[in-house]
Design a protein around this ligand. Structure first.
Ligand SMILES: NC(=O)c1ccc[n+]([C@@H]2O[C@H](COP(=O)([O-])OP(=O)(O)OC[C@H]3O[C@@H](n4cnc5c(N)ncnc54)[C@H](OP(=O)(O)O)[C@@H]3O)[C@@H](O)[C@H]2O)c1
Length: 331
């Protein structure tokens, strides 16, 4: 029962480390920077409730090469969406037939990009946020449970995930789950452009108003496409924009649970911009735009936020306050 984590970054290290700590046989496939980080600090996982798991570096099997996929019975794909196609090629080249592959990525196109003739591929949805902190920790800053496309193939893996504190919730309506998560991920560029931690950004109505605009547009496109996004947050998708537009005191009163976020948590899009990496914007707000265009429509606010992030990726990296961002999305 060997597990390979393909793309050991924030999510891969947190999920794989949790499974390792629960007794799983895990190999991490990732970059030298992450390997060095683990060599220096060990694999240290913390969460917003104060949980801490520290695994000594010598107990962490870390490989730079995808050839390490060969022995795996389960592969967790945790690369960013732009790397999924090349991850699929590596899996095809190295994995043994019959291996189960679970994508733990955001976005709605990764399962198709991973279609592998000899492996079963399931979609997974990670509802919580993980950041890599300067002191070497992989820190989980929000709550929520892993959801996976329902399949009998999960029976042998579910007990280990449960023991790791990551119970797998099986969902038959996984397309709706993915779109429900994507609606929440529309905040990623808002957060990245704010330059603020998630909690501080979401506490301000001026930023939530931007998010509400992006969500309204996405909900309208999804309605036209006949897709009903699943409820992932505490609030049903259809009322999310209304809740986001509430004045701050009312938002805190009625939706305070949405602010139960570690003050350190940031979106991975913010991390990508800081590191000068390409973001997942094309797979998040860009997916709304793509769906809109397939229906002969536009999604102007999502189109504009895609453009803003593309500009930030190429060096135009300024923080925008909520009102300036709203103007940029509606001009
Ligand atoms: N972080 C979160 O809080 C969070 C929450 C929910 C869902 N997600 C989703 O989870 C997925 C992973 O996000 P993340 O934040 O964990 O990303 P991440 O920190 O960038 O981790 C991915 C890692 O995989 C590496 N990688 C890419 N291709 C590789 C290859 N062929 N061989 C070895 N390593 C490779 C990347 O290296 P390079 O950077 O050098 O390419 C990076 O270190 C994304 O779809 C994201 O949207 C993230």
């Amino acid at each position: 029962m060997k597990i390979a984590v393909f793309g050991a970054g924030s999510i891969g290290a947190y999920v794989g480390g949790s499974l390792l700590a629960a007794g799983g046989d895990v190999v991490f496939i990732g970059r030298a920077t992450v390997r060095e980080r683990i060599a220096r600090h060990g694999l240290v996982l913390t969460d917003l409730r104060g949980k801490k798991i520290a695994i000594v570096a010598s107990d962490v099997h870390f490989e730079p090469d995808a050839a390490a996929l060969a022995g795996a019975d389960l592969i967790l794909v945790t690369v960013k969406s732009a790397d999924t196609a090349s991850a699929a090629v590596s899996i095809r080249n190295h994995a043994k037939p019959g291996t189960l592959v679970i994508s733990l990525q955001n976005g709605v196109g990764n399962i198709d990009a991973l279609r592998l003739p000899d492996c079963g591929v399931l979609g997974g949805m990670v509802p919580f946020n993980v950041v890599q902190l300067p002191d070497g920790r992989f820190h989980r800053g929000t709550e929520g449970e892993l959801m996976v496309q329902a399949s009998p193939a999960l029976a042998r893996w579910s007990p280990l995930f449960a023991a790791a504190g990551l119970p797998l919730i099986q969902r038959a309506d996984f397309v709706e789950v993915q779109w429900g998560k994507l609606l929440l991920n529309l905040n990623n560029p808002v957060n990245a452009l704010s330059g603020l931690p998630l909690k501080a950004q979401l506490a301000q109505r001026s930023y939530r108003r931007c998010l509400a605009l992006l969500m309204d547009e996405a909900l309208s496109v999804l309605r036209a496409a006949g897709i009903s996004p699943a409820k992932i947050a505490r609030v049903a998708p259809g009322v999310l924009p209304t809740v986001m537009r509430l004045p701050d005191p009312l938002f805190r009163l009625l939706a305070g649970a949405m602010l139960r976020i570690d003050p350190e948590a940031r979106s991975s899009m913010w991390e990508d911009l800081q590191a000068g990496r390409r973001t997942e914007i094309d797979y998040l707000n860009g997916a709304v735009l793509k769906l809109a265009r397939s229906l002969g429509r536009d999604a102007p606010a999502n189109r504009r936020v895609v453009d803003l992030i593309r500009a930030a990726e190429t060096g135009d990296r300024k923080s925008l306050d909520g009102n300036a961002l709203y103007r940029a999305l509606t001009m």
